[in-house]
Write a protein that binds this ligand. Structure first.
Ligand SMILES: NC(=O)c1ccc[n+]([C@@H]2O[C@H](COP(=O)([O-])OP(=O)(O)OC[C@H]3O[C@@H](n4cnc5c(N)ncnc54)[C@H](OP(=O)(O)O)[C@@H]3O)[C@@H](O)[C@H]2O)c1
Length: 425
C-alpha cells in the first residue's frame, strides 16, 4: 500500500499509455475493458505494463464499424478494414481511465492518485449514478438499518441482487419491503445471521451456497458499540466478535465462492476511532492478545475502537493473501456521528448524535463511500486502501503493522476453529 496518496486530476498532456514495451500487445473485451498480453510469459493483465493504469472503453464499436466473422473489423463508411479493434485505434482520453494513476513528482518520487472523487454531500445513489449492476450479487450485513440499509437499497436500485444479512428476520423484511415499495421488481432477499455466533454464520453461508449464486460484493457493515463487557456464545468479547471476527469467518467460509466469482470486492466498514484502541497511549505492546479485550480494564469505547483496528489489519492481510487472486478488499470510515441506531447502547453517543444531527451528514451520505468501494467502476481491481468518507486516508501506524496483521490472521484462524481458549476474564 502506498502512503503517499493524494487526490488529483491529471491533465491530458500527462497521459502516456500509447507505447507498450517489447513483447506486449493490447486487446479489448466485448464489454470494453482493455487488457495487456505479454507474449514472452503468456500472461494477461488489466493494467498497462508501464503505467499501471486501467482503461475501460465503449462497449460498442464506433458508428459504421462491424466485426467480421474472421474476427477482423470493417468500416462500412470508409470501406476499409482493420485487424485491430477500432476502439483501440484512437488515442487514449482522460475519461477512459479507471482507478488510480501514478505520477512522478519533481523530487522523483512516485505518487498514486485516485482518478475521480465524489463530494462529501453525495449519497450512495449519487456515487452509483449511471453504474449498471445487473447480474451482480452482493451480501450486505446489518442491512436492516442505518448505513447498511442505504447501501442495500442503492445497490438493489442499480440492478444488484442484494442479500440483506440481518440478525432479526422481521426487521429485515420490513426494510426489504421499503426497498421493494420504492422500486418494485428489484432483487432483494433477506437472510438471517447472528454475527455473535459462529454457528449462525456457518448456517448462513450454507444457506447462501444453496442459492447457487455467485458473489461479487461482500459488505461487512454490521456492528455494535458501547456494550458492557459480555462474551458471545463462543466465549469471545462481543465487540471483537461481532465487529471483526464474524467478518473474518464470513470471508473464510465464502472465499472459495469469491475466488470462483472473481473479481469480488470486500468492503469492511471501519472507523476513524481505530486510532484509539487503548485506554492510554503507553498501553500498547502491539500484540493480538491486546486487541481482544479482557474483562480487566474494560472500556466499551476502546473495545469498539480496537475491533475497528482489527478490520484494518484484516484488510491488509486479506489484500496480501488474496488480492492477486481477484478478491479486492478496501476499508472505509463513513463519517462521524451519523444519525443511525449505532448509539443505542451508549448514552454519550446518543447525546452527541442528537447534538450533531442538524449539522451532520445523513446515513445516505455516510453510505456513499461504502457503495463506492463496493461497486464504482473506478475501483475495479483496486484493493488494500482505507477510505475516509470521500477520499483516501492514511490509517494509524498500528493499522499498518504487517506483523500484527499476520499475527491477527493466525490468531483468528485458531479462534474460529475453536482451538484457542478465549476467556480472558
Ligand atoms: N454511525 C456512525 O456515525 C458511524 C461512524 C463510523 C463507523 N460506523 C460504522 O458503520 C457501520 C454501520 O453502522 P450504523 O451507524 O448504520 O449503525 P446501525 O444502524 O446500528 O446498524 C448496525 C447494524 O448492525 C446489525 N447488527 C448488530 N449486531 C448484529 C449481530 N450480532 N448480527 C447481525 N447483525 C447485527 C444491526 O442489526 P439490529 O438492528 O438487529 O441491531 C444493524 O442492522 C458500523 O460498522 C459502524 O461501526 C458508523
Amino acid at each position: 500500500m502506498d502512503e503517499d496518496i493524494i487526490e488529483d486530476e491529471l491533465s491530458d498532456g500527462e497521459l502516456d499509455d500509447t507505447e507498450l514495451p517489447d513483447g506486449w500487445d493490447e486487446g479489448i473485451t466485448d464489454d470494453g475493458k482493455v487488457f495487456y498480453v505479454c507474449h514472452l510469459t503468456r500472461e494477461t493483465q488489466w493494467s498497462h505494463p508501464k503505467t499501471n493504469r486501467m482503461r475501460v472503453l465503449s462497449k460498442t464499436l464506433p458508428q459504421g464499424w462491424v466485426k467480421m466473422e474472421d474476427g477482423s473489423f470493417y468500416d462500412e463508411v470508409r470501406k476499409a478494414g482493420s485487424t485491430v479493434d477500432p476502439r483501440l485505434l484512437r488515442a487514449p482520453k482522460e475519461a477512459d481511465y479507471i482507478g488510480f494513476r501514478e505520477r512522478v513528482t519533481d523530487d522523483g518520487s512516485t505518487v498514486r492518485m485516485l482518478k475521480s472523487t465524489f463530494k462529501p454531500t453525495d449519497t450512495a445513489d449519487d456515487v452509483l449514478s449511471g453504474v449498471k449492476l445487473d447480474g451482480k450479487v452482493a451480501i450486505v450485513t446489518g442491512a436492516n438499518s442505518g448505513l447498511g440499509y442505504e447501501v442495500a437499497r442503492s445497490l438493489a436500485q442499480h440492478g444488484t441482487h442484494v442479500i440483506m444479512a440481518c440478525r432479526c428476520l422481521h426487521k429485515g423484511h420490513v426494510a426489504r419491503k421499503r426497498i421493494i415499495d420504492e422500486m418494485p421488481g428489484c432483487f432483494v432477499d433477506v437472510m438471517e445471521v447472528d454475527l455473535a455466533s459462529f454457528q449462525s454464520i456457518r448456517l448462513f453461508v450454507e444457506d447462501f451456497k444453496h442459492k447457487k449464486l455467485a458473489l461479487h460484493m461482500l459488505v461487512c457493515n454490521a456492528a455494535v458499540m458501547g456494550l458492557a463487557y459480555q462474551q458471545t456464545i463462543d466465549g469471545i468479547e462481543a465487540h471483537f466478535a461481532v465487529n471483526y471476527l464474524s467478518n473474518f469467518l464470513l470471508v473464510k467460509l465464502l472465499l472459495p465462492l469469491m475466488l470462483e466469482s472473481a473479481p469480488c470486492r470486500v468492503v469492511l466498514v471501519t472507523s476513524e476511532a481505530h486510532w484509539y484502541p487503548y485506554l492510554s497511549s503507553d498501553t500498547p505492546p502491539a500484540s493480538v492478545e491486546a486487541l481482544h479485550p479482557s474483562a480487566q480494564d474494560y472500556w466499551p469505547t476502546c473495545a469498539y475502537n480496537s475491533s475497528k483496528l482489527c478490520l484494518l489489519l484484516f484488510m491488509q492481510e486479506l489484500s496480501t493473501r488474496h488480492g492477486s487472486q481477484g478478491v479486492f478488499c478496501n476499508a472505509v470510515h463513513p463519517g462521524n456521528l451519523l444519525s443511525t441506531a449505532l448509539g443505542r447502547h451508549s448514552l454519550l453517543l446518543r447525546l452527541l448524535q442528537a447534538m450533531s444531527w442538524p449539522f451532520g451528514r445523513s446515513p445516505a451520505q455516510g453510505a456513499a463511500v461504502i457503495a463506492y468501494c463496493a461497486a464504482a467502476l473506478d475501483l475495479e481491481h483496486v484493493g488494500g486502501y482505507y477510505f475516509v468518507e470521500h477520499r483516501i486516508g492514511s490509517p494509524s501506524k498500528l493499522a499498518k503493522d504487517q506483523q500484527l496483521s499476520s499475527d491477527l490472521w493466525e490468531f483468528s484462524e485458531r479462534l474460529v476453529a475453536g482451538l484457542k481458549s478465549t476467556s480472558r476474564k
